[in-house]
Design a protein around this ligand. Structure first.
Ligand SMILES: *Cc1c(COP(=O)(O)O)cnc(C)c1O
Length: 230
């Protein structure tokens, strides 16, 4: 199967799932391009991909320099404060907002170039030690603080990763938990907070994520094949 075939078949599946659960809104297929060469990324773009995700800031910057603004660039991995400078003028959305020190840095850099940065708050719904993100209980206080203090950050919604387990019902609970939390926050009607974006679902669990309300799914392996970490 080619990259194009993979994208076509995932898009078909997205539509089938949406139809099955009566969803009329958009589900955006983001291609996760970490470790993927530029020529393959271009193939994906030619096949209709409009958004790509990278987990390393310098790699995002490198892809941006090679590909330009034909696509939107998402930062999906843990973001070290000292690396914000590499992406601030290139990134469309940061999916890993998880601490105030990071907000401070984004605010400082964004203000300088007069940009509003779209961000998602990363939540550790499953409470796995290995997972990054805020605990569910911390999120509302955090979002309120961002809303009040950091005017160049726009909180578009939430992001999570499900645990790598076989139990689909456990995975579903995680995605449902993120959706419920986003609705709870939306009701607060905070300034600079939209809560219209839910980034959840990867190659092995995007079907469940769409059923539970994902608006962006982050898919790498199912588009490009197994990653080669060299
Ligand atoms: C790598 C990665 C993905 C994509 O994972 P696949 O299983 O290859 O689809 C999604 N989200 C994050 C945060 C990632 O780091």
């Amino acid at each position: 199967m080619s990259i194009k075939d993979n994208i076509m078949s995932i898009k078909k599946e997205i539509n089938e799932i949406k139809e099955k659960c009566n969803r009329q809104d958009e589900v955006n297929l983001m291609a996760v391009t970490k470790t993927v060469d530029v020529d393959k990324v271009l193939e994906a773009i030619d096949a209709g991909i409009t958004d790509i995700g990278e987990n390393k800031p310098q790699e995002l910057a490198r892809k941006y320099d090679a590909i330009g603004d034909r696509v939107k660039y998402h930062l999906i991995g843990t973001l070290q404060t000292n690396k914000v400078k590499y992406i601030i003028d290139k990134v469309y959305m940061i999916h890993s907002l998880d601490r105030i020190s990071l907000c401070e840095e984004i605010q400082k850099r964004a203000e300088k170039i007069d940009r509003i940065i779209n961000c998602l708050v990363q939540v550790n719904i499953s409470k796995e030690e290995s997972k990054h993100g805020l605990d569910r209980e911390e999120v509302i206080k955090f979002v309120k603080e961002v809303s009040e203090k950091y005017k160049n950050i726009r909180v578009k919604g939430l992001m999570t990763m499900a645990p790598f387990i076989e139990d689909n019902e456990e995975i579903r609970k995680v995605f449902k938990g993120l959706k419920d939390l986003s609705l709870e926050i939306k009701e607060l009607e905070l300034q600079n907070v939209d809560m219209d974006t839910l980034s959840m679902g990867m190659s092995h669990d995007y079907g469940i994520a769409i059923e539970e309300g994902a608006t962006i799914i982050r898919v790498g392996t199912s588009i490009f094949g197994k990653r080669n970490y060299n």
